[in-house]
Design a protein. Structure first.
Lengths: 228, 225
């Protein structure tokens, strides 16, 4: 969609408002930009984006998409997420809540700097869509990483407590080092990793580089599935 | 001039400037609609530097003649149809721009490009080194499609179908390596077919132009080099 006309109209509306001419309105009195999460500092010193009205951890969608901006794919696109759940391509489908990130196994090197790096996203299962996971299970989701800092970046943009819907494959043991944790799962395609923003204002497909403000996580799971 | 007059003048002049800016942007809109080498924003991947592009076969391509042949074809295709200059390395190292390998992660992921050495804030759109991964198992699976509901695959494995799609995947992932983004079906109503589309190909589409870069994408690549 070409957003240019709307952007221009908004810009033209905004410019006169922002022209201060030494007046009495300073920047601190302006309302925060929509979608910008308030920043609260935890006792550990980590920045934890939190929605002040609900207390729900809130994602930074732009930063989350940018964290995966160093990778892209050719993949099978599904028109509806429900079809992805039905397809035998998918081993496990679930909704859940993010618990955190840590560095995963290095899958290969081939001499390259940062080649084969991964992160592991730990998720607490809320509801099963397909497969053998059930409420309360903890799953480890293997994701690609482009640098050693990816896990920290993801922890900041996708804080613990964020809601996800995941369509996953079992990771074949032959694809990971023997020291890798058992039972790893990985998104069946970039469309299989879906994040809700925690306050019902859209969904993000980080690996597909898509931010969709007019969808809810409920729409990405079959009817009757419990969504965090 | 009092404060009120100042604000009125500022508002009017700002509207004039913005209207002119928007008009010029609107005229340039077709080129802007196609993000190129914008990896920090997540709207497109990085691009390599402008030196000759060094590439190599990773260990997991050994014993896979179909894959190696397709990789060589994709490199030659880019070399012959754009201004890029490529150079083969007999063994992979950190100095390779593109290290090709095979991996079976993600059953619906046919290919993956990942930048492993971002140039940093001084050259934020540049990636010095990348891994380019093709998932051969996924090609076999999608061609066969046991559940028969994968969009664009008819579930019948026809002669040449898998090789055709491996070619499209190697062309596609090398396109990502060169900074090209994805496009949906609607985009191809305005531009010629090329390999940056995601959909699975059936054997009868072999000559429909899906295994090359179209003129728009070649322009991006040539402008870079």
């Amino acid at each position: 969609m070409n957003k240019l006309p709307a952007l221009c109209v908004l810009s033209m509306m905004a410019v006169p408002v922002l022209a201060s001419c030494g007046g009495d309105q300073d920047a601190s009195s302006l309302p925060a930009p929509p979608g910008r999460a308030a920043q609260e500092r935890t006792t550990s010193g980590d920045v934890q984006p939190t929605d002040r009205t609900s207390g729900v951890p809130r994602i930074d969608a732009q930063q989350l998409v940018a964290a995966f901006g160093y990778a892209d794919y050719r993949y099978i696109e599904f028109d509806e997420t429900e079809t992805m759940a039905e397809d035998s391509l998918t081993d496990v489908g679930l909704t859940g809540s993010v618990l955190g990130f840590r560095r995963g196994p290095q899958l290969w090197t081939d001499g390259g700097p940062n080649s084969g790096l991964t992160v592991i996203m730990k998720v607490s299962v809320l509801d099963e869509i397909t497969g053998d996971k059930s409420k309360g299970d903890i799953v480890d989701v293997l994701l690609p990483a482009h640098s050693p800092d990816t896990a920290a970046n993801l922890a900041e943009s996708l804080p613990a407590g964020a809601s996800v819907a995941l369509y996953l494959n079992d990771v074949p043991p032959s694809e990971v080092p023997a020291t890798a944790p058992a039972g790893l799962l990985t998104p069946v395609t970039p469309q299989g990793f879906i994040v809700g923003d925690g306050v019902g204002e859209g969904v993000v497909y980080p690996m597909a580089h898509e931010i969709v403000p007019d969808q809810s996580l409920d729409e990405q799971v079959p009817v009757g599935t419990e969504v965090p | 001039m009092n404060l009120r007059q100042c604000r009125v003048i500022a508002a009017v002049s700002s509207l004039v400037v913005m209207a002119g800016l928007c008009l010029s942007l609107a005229l340039a809109a077709p080129a802007q609609a196609d993000p190129y080498a914008d990896c920090r924003q997540g709207t497109a991947v990085c691009r390599p530097d402008t030196n000759p592009d060094h590439w190599c076969f990773g260990q997991t391509t050994e014993g896979r003649p179909v894959l190696r042949s397709s990789i060589q074809w994709a490199i030659d295709n880019a070399d012959n149809t754009t201004d890029i200059t490529t150079s083969f390395m007999s063994s992979c190292s950190a100095t390779a721009d593109a290290r090709w390998r095979e991996s079976g992660l993600g059953q619906g992921i046919l290919g993956q490009y990942i930048c492993t050495d971002w140039a940093g804030a001084s050259y934020p759109e540049v990636c010095y080194s990348s891994d380019v991964v093709i998932n051969m198992n996924a090609h076999d699976y999608v061609a066969d499609d046991p559940s028969n509901i994968i969009p664009s695959s008819d579930g019948n494995v026809e002669p040449g179908e898998i090789a055709l799609n491996v070619d499209m995947s190697t062309c596609h992932e090398f396109g990502h390596h060169l900074g090209l983004a994805h496009h949906n079906v609607a985009w191809y109503q305005d531009f010629d077919n090329d390999c940056m589309r995601n959909e699975w190909l059936e054997a009868e589409q072999a000559n429909a132009g899906w295994r090359k870069y179209n003129g728009h994408h070649r322009d991006h690549i040539n402008a870079h080099y």
